[in-house]
Structures are given as structure tokens and as C-alpha cells.
Write a protein that binds this ligand. Structure first.
Ligand SMILES: Nc1ncnc2c1ncn2[C@@H]1O[C@H](COP(=O)(O)OP(=O)(O)OP(=O)(O)O)[C@@H](O)[C@H]1O
Length: 261
């Protein structure tokens, strides 16, 4: 599924949170959004998964404006793992993952055999089959995060929108999730804080600063010392990963006088 953001603007209380943003993700492409805290990453993603209506501009899926779609229709194509995705009620893991099938079920019909197989598959993708009968409130932050990813996968979306999916995950599970995103064959729009993980997983990266897209391109084109310094205010040396060639950033701790500028 192709995603296109055209002239996206979000303004709240006279303040522009996202400004004139144009961004594309072609079918099967993994596109990352990076940027400092408060630069507008989550706000942009919210417009894509329709938790927020843009003040101006359009979100196009396969060339069609999602504003014309019912929320149910969107949910059949777009799954989101958000900062707000919390399973507050004490559902079991299986029940939470089964919720991913809801947009595909008619009325209150129970899950069919194919739905159950998809839920099982989704749990296996995140290595959480053994958690199926557990209550979600008793899980660790990382286990819960993996269950929410499984719910998104059970939805069988064509576009996956993820806001900081590696939050709470130990390094092994961070890499597992990102490796899955690479091989899933889905169009992926993912906000990431870790620039090295973004460089490893993304086909292209968009950099947000103050609600504006200030750079977009392949990781090696975008993650230059100059750009990272200008946008994040930190000094980095960029090296190439010896096996993959992906750019990797080595950070230099700020001198006392430079701290928390
Ligand atoms: N509902 C809202 N009302 C007012 N301001 C908001 C609202 N939601 C977000 N903002 C502001 O919009 C700006 C962008 O927020 P957003 O969450 O999109 O940034 P982000 O890049 O995802 O940040 P982070 O890296 O901290 O998650 C922030 O300054 C935030 O305080």
C-alpha cells in the first residue's frame, strides 16, 4: 500500500505542530521518522492512523484520501502501535491479540479458525506464544509491547504505523521487532528515537524539526554529522557498519559548558 502525505498541517491553539509536510512511503518500504522530542513525529503518525484530523493537507492511501473512508475501512488496511496503545483492562494476551481481528469480523461474530490461526501466527512473530493465557496487566513493559505488536500484526494491515515500537524492549527484542518490520513486506511508517536502529532498518528516513520535514532520504544521505548536529545539537562521528554498510553514529559526550543547551 502506498502512503502519501501532502501538505499536512496540524495547528492547535494557534501553534503549528506539523507544517506543510510532504512524505511518501511506497509499497513495502520502511520509512522512519526521527527528530527531537516534540518535533511532531507522533502528531504526524496520529494523522495517518486517524486519531487526529489534520488542520490542512491530506493523507492518501493508494492515492485515495482517507478522510473519505470509514474508520472501519481504515482499520482493515492500517494498524498502529501507538504511545497510547495500552491495554488497561485485564484482558488475557490472547483476547488482546484477538481484538486485532475486530475490523475484519462482521457484527459480533466470534473468531473463525482462520482468525485464530492469524492470532497464533502474530504471537509467534513476537515470540509471545507462551504468554497467551496470561493477563496483560501482569506483563512486563517489554512483554506488553510485544503483545501490542502482535495485535497490530493480527490485523493483517497493509500499512503499519509504529510510534517508538522498541520502547521497553531489551536489545534482543528490539532487533527481533525491527527485523520483522524489514521482512514483513508491509509498508511501514515508524517513529524511532535511536538513530542507529533507524539507519539499520529504514529504507528512507525523514527528519522532523519543529514540525517541519528538514531532510528525507536514504539513511547515509540524511544522517550526516552536520544534520545531526543542527537538529539534535549533539556531536557525532559517522562510521559504516562493517557488515551492512549502514551508517552508524558514534556520539561524543558534551563538554560541561555544552550540556542541556
Ligand atoms: N493535543 C495537543 N495539544 C497541544 N499541544 C500538543 C498536543 N499534542 C502534542 N502537542 C505538542 O506538539 C508538539 C509535537 O508533539 P509530538 O508528540 O508530535 O512530538 P514527538 O516528535 O512525537 O515527540 P517525542 O519524541 O517527545 O515523542 C509538542 O510540543 C507537544 O507538546
Amino acid at each position: 500500500m502506498e502512503l502519501a502525505l501532502r501538505g499536512l498541517c496540524v495547528t492547535t491553539a494557534g501553534r503549528a505542530l506539523v507544517r506543510e509536510l510532504d512524505l511518501d512511503a511506497s509499497s513495502g518500504e520502511v520509512v522512519g521518522l526521527v527528530g527531537p522530542n516534540g518535533s511532531g513525529k507522533s502528531t504526524t503518525l496520529r494523522c495517518v492512523y486517524r486519531a487526529l484530523r489534520p488542520t490542512a493537507g491530506r493523507v492518501l492511501l493508494d492515492g485515495r484520501d482517507v478522510a473519505d473512508w470509514s474508520l472501519r475501512r481504515s482499520a482493515r488496511h492500517v494498524a498502529a502501535l501507538t504511545q497510547e496503545s495500552r491495554a488497561e483492562l485485564d484482558f488475557t494476551v490472547w483476547e488482546v491479540v484477538a481484538l486485532g481481528r475486530a475490523p475484519h469480523l462482521r457484527g459480533n461474530r466470534p473468531l473463525g479458525e482462520a482468525d485464530r490461526e492469524l492470532c497464533q501466527w502474530a504471537l509467534a512473530q513476537v515470540g509471545a506464544e507462551h504468554l497467551a493465557e496470561r493477563g496483560v496487566l501482569g506483563l512486563s513493559g517489554g512483554e506488553r509491547q510485544r503483545v501490542l505488536i502482535a495485535r497490530a500484526l493480527a490485523q493483517r494491515p497493509r500499512l503499519l504505523v509504529l510510534d517508538e515500537p522498541t520502547n521497553h524492549l531489551d536489545v534482543r527484542h528490539q532487533l527481533d521487532v525491527l527485523a520483522f518490520l524489514r521482512r514483513a513486506g508491509l509498508t511501514v511508517l515508524v517513529a524511532l528515537h535511536d538513530l542507529n536502529l533507524a539507519a539499520a532498518v529504514c529504507d528512507r528516513i525523514g527528519v522532523l524539526d519543529g514540525g517541519r520535514l528538514v531532510a528525507v532520504g536514504r539513511p547515509a544521505e540524511v544522517l550526516t554529522p552536520e544534520l545531526v548536529s543542527a537538529v539534535f545539537g549533539v556531536r557525532v562521528t559517522v562510521v559504516r557498519h562493517p557488515e551492512t554498510g549502514a551508517p552508524q553514529l558514534l556520539y561524543t559526550l558534551p563538554e560541561p559548558a555544552e550540556e542541556s543547551r
